[in-house]
Design a protein around this ligand. Structure first.
Ligand SMILES: N[C@@H](CCC(=O)N[C@@H](CS)C(=O)NCC(=O)O)C(=O)O
Length: 223
């Protein structure tokens, strides 16, 4: 049985990726939510693993032994290997290499965008956070997405939903929070991702949360 330990749905961009991946792939899992930046966060998360961050995936075997996997990249790779029939990476070797490249780029990069436009699912913050560095990050995202969509014909980056779409889902959510103007083809991809059942259900749960995390709120005083 799989358990996914996540943070606040409104704010935890890293948690959204494996949650959406498991949900869209139809893989059953139990969800444990820990609220970020509370005095008890580190003690609570410490019960599930030593990394001290969410997300963490726990795979409990029939003999009750547990495998703990942390970091979104490692979790995605583990889930893809454990459920090969779900084809969570593209089947074609070249497409798979491209998908891994853009996921790695997302995982390690886009720091201007990530810092200035933190994920805040239920907020509406049009125009906040812009700088030349953020615009450069946006341009790079548009290039990456357009290349993949043109090459594979959509509706998702590599045709069907894959890990790559899950990896960009937190950025897609930011596009809507910060009301980012986009070319029509990219706006259409954004809308297709936002319309996924998993995204809709994550967003509804995020909107129902009441915590206000000052660490992730550079532009508001309250929710
Ligand atoms: N590279 C990690 C990053 C995980 C991460 O930074 N998670 C944040 C929440 S979105 C966290 O747990 N922060 C708590 C802290 O830094 O104390 C991953 O891909 O999972």
């Amino acid at each position: 049985m799989l358990t996914l330990v996540i943070g606040n749905k409104n704010y935890s961009s890293w948690s959204l990726r494996p949650w959406l991946l498991l949900t869209e792939a139809g893989i059953p899992f139990e969800e444990v939510r820990v609220s970020l930046f509370t005095p008890t966060f580190h003690a609570e998360i410490g019960q599930y693993g030593a990394a001290g961050r969410v997300p963490i995936l726990i795979d409990r075997a029939d003999d009750d032994s547990e495998l703990k996997v942390w970091d979104t990249m490692a979790i995605a790779e583990y889930v893809a290997e454990r459920f090969p029939d779900r084809r969570l990476w593209p089947v074609d070797v070249a497409a798979r290499a491209r998908a891994r490249s853009i996921c790695a780029e997302m995982h390690a990069g886009f720091s201007a965008l990530r810092t200035a436009l933190p994920m805040n699912v239920s907020a509406s913050l049009p125009g906040c956070g812009w700088s030349v560095a953020v615009l450069d990050d946006m341009d790079r995202l548009v290039t990456l997405w357009r290349e993949a969509l043109d090459l594979h014909g959509g509706p998702m980056l590599f045709g069907p939903f894959t890990i790559a779409d899950a990896f960009f889902a937190p950025v897609i959510s930011r596009l809507s929070t910060y009301d980012v103007a986009l070319p029509a083809d990219i706006a259409a991809y954004r809308d297709r991702v936002l319309a996924l059942d998993g995204m809709r259900s994550w967003s509804a749960a995020a909107a129902a949360e009441t915590e206000f995390l000052v660490e992730d709120e550079p532009y508001r005083r309250s929710r």
